[in-house]
Design a protein around this ligand. Structure first.
Ligand code: EPU
Length: 421
């Protein structure tokens, strides 16, 4: 595992450039397995999770190339329906191969997915949805096998147990690739899902939404799509916007997906941040004093759980007590114990609720990155802290943030990577 060494406090200044959205690109790769044509995907971030998802595609027999943020994938000749790739254990999004392979082969076998250690994250919403459709499921603690024989016998309507992002995507991919009409209710509606829906519609599926959080899908076994472009990553964009505000700096975030981040911008402005959004650029000018805030995570359009930890940086600067409630994942406030080691005044009221009192100047120390979103938060905290910090398990950050050292160095953060054997 590598380490990052960060010399703080850094004067952050300049322009952040946002990459393509990890959580959309990760689902557009399995989409290729629904198609009767090769697919080119543009604006794909070069990050470890994408490399793992592409490894699974290659191990299944697809022809895959990845260069200059463009993936070329031809899965038309794939004959394998069993995922045996070790890469599948590395990331949660490997579960989204289930729908495409099941639609194509009538059966699929895959290991239980891996991913960040942020909570139990069962795949019950996925299995329950497929079971409700009439799919036969055999599950052991290591793997899961799904099969069906007759499309016409599958259910015409199902309701998801939770508004799960990847379960919604898995089911939409499956239903789009079988020749049948089905309604799905209680869906998640994150922007990345809407990106996938748009791609599926362009490929020849007919997905409409006549009620809130529901999709009617008319699938086709003859989907074709030549090209698709990944949207800008709203979590990366939001994280860099928060970094600028928390550092009291002047700077901008380019490729800023403004329409998906209005909630965050409003909360930051209410706290006293000076932010001007114009087109796809968000400009921050320094603010005198920040005020405390309260946030509570929820499925979109609620406050994104993936932006919850960076908000601790705002709480650190704000004068007074801010409240953070994490409703989605049970272990996603653990990073606050690491920030406490840096001197943050935190009251962890429960595993889901914390109060942070600021303003506070953090001190450098050695911290564990824990997972992707905690990792970037602690990295940015280290950039604002007095002294030289060590951030362990750098690979957690490599999973989701493209060219992290390059991007942070370009805005004045003194960061270097130390490779450990
Ligand atoms: N949940 C609820 N209520 C709901 C919906 C979900 O409590 O109505 C809980 C679930 O029980 C679970 C958590 O929220 O503990 C997330 O559930 P979901 O199934 O939606 O998550 P996912 O599909 O596995 C994706 C992203 C995550 C992101 C979540 C939530 C990908 C590959 N992953 O995960 O991204 O946090 O949606 O938005 O798309 C990340 O990028 O760091 C990351 C973890």
């Amino acid at each position: 595992m590598d380490r990052f060494i960060i010399d703080g406090p850094c004067q952050i200044k300049g322009s952040f450039e946002v990459s393509g959205a990890k959580n959309e690109a990760l689902k557009l790769i399995p989409l290729a397995f629904c198609l009767k044509s090769p697919l080119k995907i543009f604006n794909v971030p070069d990050i470890a999770d994408i490399r793992s998802q592409l490894k699974i595609a290659g191990d299944l027999g697809a022809m895959v190339e990845f260069a200059a943020n463009t993936v070329s994938i031809d899965a038309t000749g794939v004959e394998r329906w069993q995922i045996t790739s070790h890469a599948a254990k590395k990331l949660r999004a490997s579960i989204v191969y289930l729908g495409p392979l099941l639609a194509r082969f009538g059966q699929v076998r895959c290991p239980h997915p891996g991913g960040c250690v942020i909570g139990a994250r069962s795949i019950d919403t996925h299995t329950q949805a497929f079971r409700d459709l009439g799919i036969k499921i055999e599950e052991t603690c290591d793997e899961i096998y799904l099969s069906f024989e007759d499309v016409s016998k599958l259910a015409a309507e199902i309701r998801l147990r939770e508004q799960s992002v990847s379960a919604t995507e898995n089911v939409l991919l499956f239903l789009s690739a079988i020749g049948k009409k089905t309604k799905v209710t209680n869906c998640a509606i994150e922007p990345e899902i809407m990106g996938l829906v748009e791609a599926l519609n362009r490929a020849g599926a007919k997905i409409t939404s006549s009620e809130e959080r529901s999709f009617e899908v008319i699938g086709s076994s003859d989907l074709k799509l030549e090209e698709v472009k990944v949207m800008a990553d709203r979590i990366e964009a939001g994280t860099y916007l928060i970094a600028l505000v928390a550092s009291g700096a002047q700077g901008e975030v380019r490729n800023f997906p403004a329409e998906t981040l209005t909630g965050l911008v409003d909360i930051l402005k209410d706290s006293g941040a000076n932010i001007q959004v114009s087109g796809d650029v968000a400009k921050v000018t320094s603010s005198a004093e920040l005020m405390p805030f309260s946030i509570e995570t929820a499925p979109y359009p609620g406050f994104a759980t993936d932006l919850q930890s960076p908000m601790a940086l705002i709480a650190m600067r704000a004068k007074g007590t801010s409240t953070i409630i994490e409703n989605m994942f049970e272990n996603r406030l653990e990073y606050l114990k690491q920030m406490q080691k840096m001197g943050l005044e935190v009251n962890l009221i429960s595993p889901k609720k914390a109060e942070i009192t600021g303003p506070c100047q953090l001190k450098a120390t050695k911290v564990h990155s824990l997972d992707l979103r905690s990792g970037i938060t602690l990295l940015l905290a280290a950039a604002l802290a007095d002294g030289t910090s060590t951030l362990l398990e750098a690979q957690n950050i490599d999973r989701g943030y493209e060219k992290i050292e390059e991007k942070l160095q370009s805005v004045g953060i003194k960061i270097k990577r130390v490779k450990d054997d």
